[in-house]
Write a protein that binds this ligand. Structure first.
Ligand SMILES: Cc1cc2nc3c(=O)[nH]c(=O)nc-3n(C[C@H](O)[C@H](O)[C@H](O)COP(=O)(O)OP(=O)(O)OC[C@H]3O[C@@H](n4cnc5c(N)ncnc54)[C@H](O)[C@@H]3O)c2cc1C
Length: 596
């Protein structure tokens, strides 16, 4: 089984040349984050990903998490890997230093997280959920709760989970039925069932801190009546000592398509009268709190699409370099390695160009997120926050949809061997499938994009971003040659397409949200491919400048060719997608429900 190797050169290129690591370093609290520092962190996390997490990926898939004697048993090696992970301090990388975190900027955290997703997606979900819970508590909990729970969660001694979903309440959280009854001492008793809870039970940590959405008896109906509660698996005294088990149990785990090593748990709260829960923040503001941390959670899941695509690409590339089959179209009597065949080249470049587009866009969004949080000037914070808000559904939706296509191409490059489990290409395809579903399906990301992010502000942020991309398209005119002419033309066409579709959405959303929503997912894809093309065009210009300065490495030459490929094979779809957004409603809405 191939071992994942972190693509350090490209990651550092994206960090330092495209995302403005220097500017992030000037933000308060980021002073030590130099290029050398970033290099050292990435080298170390790359080593951990390759040596500890990647070797467990395939065995974890085969063995899977098991339900044995009413307990979850994670696959061999996972607990030990987790202990090494927390001992090395990776769990608290981006967390608040006040509670023991390292306070690293999101830009560095994004690059490191990408590696965990590539090396072992199932493993990476436990820290992902813990960090999500830490973030919710950091932003919304009272000071005593923070002091009682955060240090051990950040250290990784205790893990965290997110308990939203119930059998009748998935996308629509207004349907949540779990009840929270207030007690005289200010605590609550929680009673209800949650399903699909990732790492709701495991054998790695001495305690698990569940964040649970529930309703109090006086709560108004719908989403305005949901509160958030902290419910420990094992009760914790105010001084942090572990006590008796709480009234919450895992009642089983799911058999599922992928991410086999990650237990997906059914949770029962209050079988013995009620699990002890602590209110996080104020009653009835639970959904608002979820929204506060949603950017971060959705960004993290978007990185799953990127990370798993990189792993699939590495495997496909290695296979294409060694598998000998068929003679080359350019002549010769002997069969050649399949990387010589134009269609295999096309598949590999489709994978690679989208991966580089996603990586560069992800890191740019992460850097702007750092500006949105840390910059001293409120106007600059706001401007960056608007950019992040616009791009989060794209990172979540487009990246994870790409993850499916790219891992599928990974199988295709392998031919029949891709379909056979032993090669591992099929695992990436199966594992990638969930990322378009949890943390809000692609349809929900797209609704968020056209509604909350464009419709509500008449497209102001979108059009500002398009102006920014236009300046890059104009800059491309300064570069000679066919490649740059094609990149420039495709990017300009892409911007025109987004402008056309965005103008339609901004104008029509208030009048006919149903018609506009038919084109929501195509619009998300359109914005994704153009935003990705924007970053690849910037990368190509930087690469040419390096070549002109005498640094004619293959890395830079490949950057230009990759941007060219993307322009002709990916960006070229922009005009068609815009047409679908603007004209696609009647074909969907004129079909009566009972005609299907
Ligand atoms: C492996 C796994 C792990 C998970 N981990 C967790 C976890 O840790 N914690 C947790 O709380 N949950 C978790 N979930 C649940 C997950 O978040 C939900 O499955 C997801 O939000 C979708 O909800 P649903 O399954 O009820 O689908 P539904 O909400 O029933 O959706 C079905 C379809 O209808 C579409 N749809 C629904 N509403 C709309 C709308 N308004 N507009 C357009 N389309 C719509 C959806 O896009 C989808 O295509 C997990 C699920 C799985 C499978």
């Amino acid at each position: 089984m191939d071992i994942y190797a972190a693509p350090l050169k490209d990651q550092l290129f994206c960090l330092t040349r495209l995302s403005g690591l220097d500017d992030v370093q000037n933000l308060p609290g980021c002073e030590e984050v130099t290029a050398e520092f970033a290099d050292a962190v990435l080298q170390e996390s790359g080593r951990f990903a390759s040596k500890v997490l990647s070797p467990l990926n395939h065995t974890g898939d085969r063995e899977g998490a098991q339900w044995v004697d009413y307990r979850v048993a994670t696959p061999a090696g996972f607990k030990d890997a987790y202990q090494q992970y927390v001992a090395a301090g990776w769990n608290g990388l981006g967390c608040d230093p006040e509670f023991g975190g390292q306070g690293m900027p999101k830009l560095i955290v994004a690059a490191v997280q990408e590696m965990w997703r590539s090396a072992n997606l199932s493993f990476s979900l436990a820290p992902l959920l813990t960090v999500g819970a830490i973030e919710a508590l950091t932003l919304c909990a009272s000071e005593p709760l923070k002091h009682q729970f955060l240090p051990k969660m950040i250290a990784g001694t205790w893990a965290g989970t997110m308990n939203l979903t119930e059998p009748q309440a998935g996308t629509d959280l207004s349907l949540i039925r779990t009840r929270a009854t207030p007690q005289a001492d200010g605590t609550y008793r929680i009673v209800g069932q949650k399903i699909f809870i990732t790492y709701g039970e495991q054998d790695w940590t001495e305690n698990i801190i569940h964040l649970v959405l529930a309703r109090t008896p006086t709560a108004p109906a719908g989403v305005r009546g949901i509160s958030m509660f902290l419910v420990p698996k094992i009760l914790v005294s105010t001084s942090g000592q572990l006590g008796e088990p709480n009234d919450v149990v895992c009642t089983g785990i799911e058999h599922k398509l992928g991410i086999h090593a990650s237990p997906t748990c059914s949770m029962s709260y209050g079988d013995k009268g009620g699990a002890l829960g602590y209110l996080v923040g104020e009653e009835n503001r639970g959904l608002e709190y979820m929204f506060i941390m949603m950017n971060s959670a959705r960004f993290s899941v978007g990185l799953e699409g990127l990370g798993i695509s990189e792993a699939a690409y590495q495997k496909a590339r290695a296979y294409a370099r060694t598998r000998v089959q068929s003679r080359s179209l350019t002549g010769g009597k002997e069969s050649v390695t399949i990387i010589h065949h134009p269609d295999v080249k096309r598949m590999l470049l489709m994978m690679r160009s989208k991966i580089e587009a996603m990586r560069s866009l992800a890191y740019v969004v992460a850097a702007r997120h750092d500006f949105a949080i840390r910059h001293p000037d409120a106007a600059i914070r706001k401007q960056n926050q608007q950019f992040v808000d616009l791009m989060i559904p794209v990172v979540k939706g487009w990246f994870t949809e790409n993850g499916q296509q790219i891992t599928s191409l990974g199988i295709q490059v392998h031919g029949g061997m891709g379909y056979i489990e032993e090669t591992g290409a099929a695992q990436y395809f199966r594992d990638a499938r969930i990322a378009t579903i949890y943390e809000g399906t692609t349809g929900i990301q797209a609704n968020d994009l056209i509604g909350r992010k464009i419709g509500r502000e008449s497209g102001a942020t979108l059009f500002a971003v398009l102006d920014e991309i236009d300046t890059v398209a104009a800059e491309l005119a300064k570069f000679d040659g066919d490649h740059f002419a094609a990149i420039r033309a495709a990017l300009a066409d892409g911007v025109r397409a987004v402008r056309r579709a965005g103008t339609y959405i901004a104008a029509q959303f208030g009048a006919d949200a149903t018609a506009v929503s038919v084109g929501a997912v195509p619009f998300l894809e359109l914005l994704g491919i153009v935003a990705g093309g924007w970053q690849l065009a910037r990368a190509a210009m930087i690469a040419q400048t390096e070549i002109d300065a005498g640094r004619s490495e293959n890395f830079y030459k490949a950057k230009i060719v990759t941007a060219r490929f993307y322009s002709d094979h990916v960006l070229s779809a922009a005009a068609g997608l815009a047409q679908t957004v603007v004209c696609g409603a009647p074909g969907a809405l004129d079909m009566a429900n009972d005609w299907y």
